[in-house]
Ligand binder design. Structure first.
Ligand SMILES: [Zn+2]
Ligand SMILES: [Zn+2]
Length: 304
């Protein structure tokens, strides 16, 4: 166990160029958004062939990404876009159009039943056998969890609901015209109020930024590396820091106060990394942190 010696180095560095301070605070992936899914699939395939890392997880990841891409393309189709009638200034939590998404839910659950790790596959089969009302209740509970200040939905259900709703949330996020007020201490996504999935170190102009990636809508916001994104600034907790022995651009930071950890993807060291894919390709850190008594800030398909 080591205490992070360099977290100050990841703190947002003030911009030298004052004019640049007025640029949008939310970072978006390069449009068109559908390419984002291809980038993820290509990266997962590359990691699989180049490193053979976490093979089962990556193969399953590619299957899920392919489903999500198809759903995303459907959502972005003219017919679907036409019926998204809420004004773009609505918050994401006010804009769940389940009647349009639910027809895709059975095929999603069937895909999980066939390809997911055993416990999740079994959960997916269980959900598949339930009523349409039960599906709606599950998806709404997850989508609106942030409003209730935390999800009451069981972890495995959360993972299943999130995987299904991610393409829709990313579609709405890409269309949002919000200019959000962001804070370096905000632990929840400024777009959808869900928790971050991971952190990343990235270069913006001459600055090094420590940023968080939303677990649902993939928005990115800057954060202080010295503040735990789970328990916030009130806890002046010690941070435990571990690096991945097989990938030096991956690390994990755990908070001694709340026993929650998250992974950090260093895009300066590995510019080709796709954070949401790379973090799951190497599982050693997850095992290390779990062994030390930490739980992940947001469980994923592969870390439940
Ligand atoms: Zn979000
Ligand atoms: Zn904490």
């Amino acid at each position: 166990m080591r205490i992070c010696p360099i977290s100050q180095g990841y703190r947002c560095i003030p911009r030298a160029n004052q004019a640049a301070q007025h640029s949008p605070a939310i970072w978006r992936e390069t449009p068109p958004m559908s390419r984002v899914w291809d980038q993820r699939i290509v990266r997962a395939s590359h990691l699989l062939s180049a490193h053979g890392a976490h093979e089962k997880a990556l193969r399953f990841c590619i299957t899920v990404l392919q489903f999500q891409k198809n759903l995303y393309l459907h959502i972005g189709s003219k017919a679907f876009a036409k019926v998204l009638t809420h004004p773009a200034h609505y918050t994401l939590s006010e804009r769940l159009e389940l009647r349009l998404l639910l027809p895709w839910f059975p095929s999603y659950l069937t895909m999980l039943s066939a390809s997911a790790p055993a416990p999740l596959a079994s959960m997916a089969r269980q959900i598949l056998s339930r009523s349409r009302e039960s599906w709606e209740s599950l998806l709404v509970s997850y989508w609106k969890a942030a409003e209730a200040n935390g999800s009451t939905v069981e972890s495995s259900f959360q993972i299943i609901a999130r995987g299904f709703l991610q393409p829709y949330a990313e579609f709405l996020m890409a269309q949002s015209r919000h200019r959000d007020e962001l804070s370096e201490t905000d632990s929840f996504c400024p777009k959808c109020r869900h928790r971050p999935q991971l952190a990343m170190i990235r270069e913006v102009g001459e600055d090094l930024r420590f940023s968080l990636l939303c677990s649902l809508c993939a928005a990115v916001w800057d954060h202080s590396a010295m503040i735990c994104p789970n328990c916030g600034p009130q806890a002046a907790a010690q941070m435990v820091y571990e690096t991945d022995p097989y990938a030096d651009y991956l690390s994990a930071q755990g908070c001694a106060a709340c026993s929650v950890y998250f992974k950090i993807v260093d895009l300066v060291k590995e510019p080709a990394a796709v954070p949401s894919v790379d973090e799951l390709a190497f599982s050693t850190l997850d095992l290390t942190m779990a062994h030390m008594g930490f739980r992940k800030i947001e469980p994923t398909f592969w870390n439940d």
